[in-house]
Design a protein around this ligand. Structure first.
Ligand code: GEK
Length: 243
């Protein structure tokens, strides 16, 4: 994927609008997510490892909120089972268009269907692996349980859900410390104070983080047997949940 630098918030904007996944974001997305999400590349690599462990013969994998297809490709490159297809879904037309190009350039065996739709409209069936890599956080919090329940219902026994999210903390000191460390991470990656604060305002109404306890509680209520928080760096986490 091309790595055009993210300069979206370099200049002061007279009118800040809520963050959307449009063509401008698509152009810089690989650079933006790598410089903004601590551990993103590591998580993508481990999705390949999870594919090797949990994908089942004659099953489907879902990448919900696939963006440009990084997780889809990690899955696809590591599927070691027969008759597996991947369904990659995103509701941003700009993302889907670019994702289709990225998938076309890749010659791996498993079929990939890239669907432009809201992940809440997708029927999950015969799923051995489901990826929600930094996507649930963009859904209305009241709708998150229903989506996770639909995913669980469509998963095979022994299948894996990988849920990665930006998180918040109920304790103010822990919350402030992790926000400060995340901002230091962004500064170390070349973002200015102005870029950080403009991005923060643009995401305020769009990305609503839950606590790790809320995520674990939801997954447990739904019936996932193993709920393994395998990654955390500052206010970013990834959970492996097994049905
Ligand atoms: C990656 N998983 O590179 N339905 C479908 N797509 C949605 C919805 C929805 N309701 N809400 C948001 N999206 C990717 C990174 S990015 C994370 C995921 C980020 C899509 C949205 O269009 C965007 O492409 C993606 O979810 C979130 O592994 O930018 O922080």
């Amino acid at each position: 994927m091309k790595n055009k630098p993210d300069t979206i918030y370099v200049h002061k904007k007279s009118h800040l609008v809520d963050f959307i996944f449009d063509d401008a974001v698509v152009d810089v997305f690989p650079d933006m997510i790598r410089r903004s999400v601590p551990g993103y590349e590591n998580i993508i690599t481990m999705i390949g490892l999870f594919a090797e462990q949990y994908v089942q013969n004659n099953s489907q994998c879902y990448d919900l909120g696939c963006s440009l297809g990084a997780a889809t490709l990690a899955l696809r490159h590591h599927i070691n089972k027969d008759k597996v297809s991947i369904i990659a879904v995103d509701n941003s037309e700009s993302m889907v268009e670019r994702c289709r190009i990225n998938i076309k350039k890749d010659a791996s065996a498993s079929t990939v269907q890239v669907v432009c739709n809201d992940i809440q409209n997708i029927t999950i069936e015969n799923a051995s692996v489901v990826i929600l890599n930094f996507t649930l956080q963009f859904l209305d919090p009241d709708k998150r349980m229903e989506l996770l329940q639909n995913i669980y219902n469509g998963m095979n026994k022994g299948g894996a859900l990988i849920l990665s999210e930006k998180i918040t903390f109920s304790d103010k000191t822990t919350r402030d410390t992790n926000i400060q460390l995340h901002e230091a991470f962004k500064k170390a990656n070349g973002y200015t104070e102005l870029e950080i604060s403009q991005k923060r305002s643009a995401l305020e109404n769009t990305l609503i983080p839950d606590t790790i306890e809320t995520h674990q509680q939801r997954l447990s209520e739904i019936g996932f047997t193993t709920i393994n928080t395998w990654f955390q760096c500052f206010n970013f986490t990834s959970i492996l949940a097994i049905k």
